[in-house]
Design a protein around this ligand. Structure first.
Ligand code: NAD
Ligand code: AHE
Ligand code: ZN
Length: 376
């Protein structure tokens, strides 16, 4: 069949909106009509050419929601008409990683997914001239119709609106999951969130959900403050306005109950900046502070700190997709939204048509959007 898609033909170039060929689902695969997709900073990271795994031409997009329209041979867990969220972190429930119970990083199809291919080593997408187009993060939600492996779709309730559910496909789950799955933040904790964009705001609301007392937000853009306050931020810091190094500033701010040392119980990097990652670790409390890296750093970037920071009890962790097991946890997060436990609506700041998708990346760069979504 033919479908409309935004294609990344070359790194650093705007996406081209065009018709492409899409083959139907093979055994163990499903075809999905995408109804809405968010634009995550990771899409921009790949579009820009910064992603070491970036392959072109490709159809980007990994934060979507839609409806199953066709299933391949042997598919049993979803059927046409089911509402689903594509999963860039699949859940096969059979690989050593899934069975370990220690990670959400299913390895069943990671190698072909990283090469922009379906598990059989081929692509379902091609140009009308017959040139192969790669899949992206196993999802390619910047196409109106896409094909995914069955293990990479989470079935969700039908009353969840697509324009909100799509954000659960990455940003919401990543931010909230970093708090509840990865850091396992406890009631009364102090926490710092670096970067108050589409991910950081969801870390903030995860901290509120977990019952954190002090939720410090850090961003260079003061315009991010009101929204972060709405989601539970109690203190805001713009590092360019405090006139001192941010690490001692936060350590002082977090001294509580006669504590002479200070430091946050938890910190989260949602910027992708490696200098910020170091600050995030070093502003946590000696003895028990935990810092979680969420941001994706530029190609070739490395992190550093004095080993003494870890010798003295701080823990440096990272998280992908908020530690969520896609098929198991994503439907629950959709329930949390539908039951009012978490909020999404105010974070969807811009709605675009597929033809306007490049404007969505402009809004991201200008710091004007939290989430721009494309509705098909
Ligand atoms: P975004 O562009 O919406 O937000 C980034 C925010 O960081 C902005 O508000 C910006 O002003 C702020 N910022 C940038 N540099 C800063 C600095 N030096 N100090 C303080 N604030 C700074 O991006 P997003 O969609 O929220 O994504 C954030 C990061 O998380 C990206 O690197 C993205 O690739 C990554 N990400 C990771 C995962 C994962 O599973 N680990 C999932 C989704 C996104
Ligand atoms: N390809 C990049 C790394 C990108 C990355 O870290 N991706 C995250 C999801 S970001 C979603 O917005 C992830 O899940 N990684 C785990 C995985 O297996 O890809 C690079 O640096 O090569
Ligand atoms: Zn993402």
């Amino acid at each position: 069949m033919k479908t409309r898609a935004a294609v990344a033909f070359q790194a650093g170039k705007p996406l081209e909106i065009t018709e492409v060929n899409l083959e139907g689902p093979k055994a163990g695969e499903v075809m999905i009509e995408i109804k809405a997709t968010g634009l995550c900073h990771t899409d921009e990271f790949t579009r820009s050419g910064d992603d070491p795994e970036g392959i072109f031409p490709a159809i980007l997009g990994h934060e979507g929601a839609g409806v199953v329209v066709e299933v391949g041979e042997g598919v049993t867990t979803v059927k046409p008409g089911d509402h689903v969220i594509p999963l860039y972190t699949p859940e096969c429930r059979e690989c050593a990683s899934c069975l370990s119970g220690k990670t959400n990083l299913c390895t069943a199809i990671r190698s072909t997914q990283g090469q922009g291919l379906m598990p059989d080593g081929t692509s379902r997408f091609s140009t009308l001239d017959g040139e192969m187009i790669h899949h992206y993060m196993g999802c390619s939600t910047f196409s109106n119709y896409t094909v995914l492996p069955e293990i990479a779709v989470a079935k969700i309730r039908e009353d969840a609106p697509f324009d909100m559910a799509c954000y659960i496909g990455c940003g919401v789950t990543t931010g909230v999951g970093a708090v509840v799955n990865t850091a396992k933040v406890e009631i009364g904790a102090t926490a710092v969130v670096f970067g108050l964009g589409g991910i950081g705001l969801n870390v903030i609301q995860g901290l509120r959900l977990a019952g954190a007392d002090m939720i410090i937000g850090v961003d260079l853009n003061n315009d991010k403050k009101p929204m972060a306050e709405k989601f539970g931020m109690t203190h805001f810091i713009n590092p360019s306005e405090i006139g001192e190094d941010i690490v001692p500033y936060i350590v002082n701010l977090t001294k509580r109950r006669g504590d002479l040392i200070g430091g946050a119980d938890y910190s989260f990097d949602a910027t992708g900046n490696t200098t910020v990652m170091r600050q995030a670790l070093e502003c946590t409390h000696r003895g028990w502070g935990m810092s979680v890296i969420i941001g994706v750093a530029a190609a070739g970037a490395e992190i550093s700190t004095r080993p003494f920071q870890l010798v003295t009890g701080r823990v440096w962790k990272g998280t992908a997709f908020g530690g969520a097991r896609g098929r198991t946890d994503v439907p629950k997060i959709v329930d949390w939204y539908m039951e009012g436990k978490i909020e999404i609506d105010p974070m969807i700041t811009h709605r675009l048509k597929l033809d306007e998708i490049n404007h969505g990346f402009d809004l991201m760069h200008e710091g004007k959007s939290i989430r721009a979504i494309v509705e098909y």
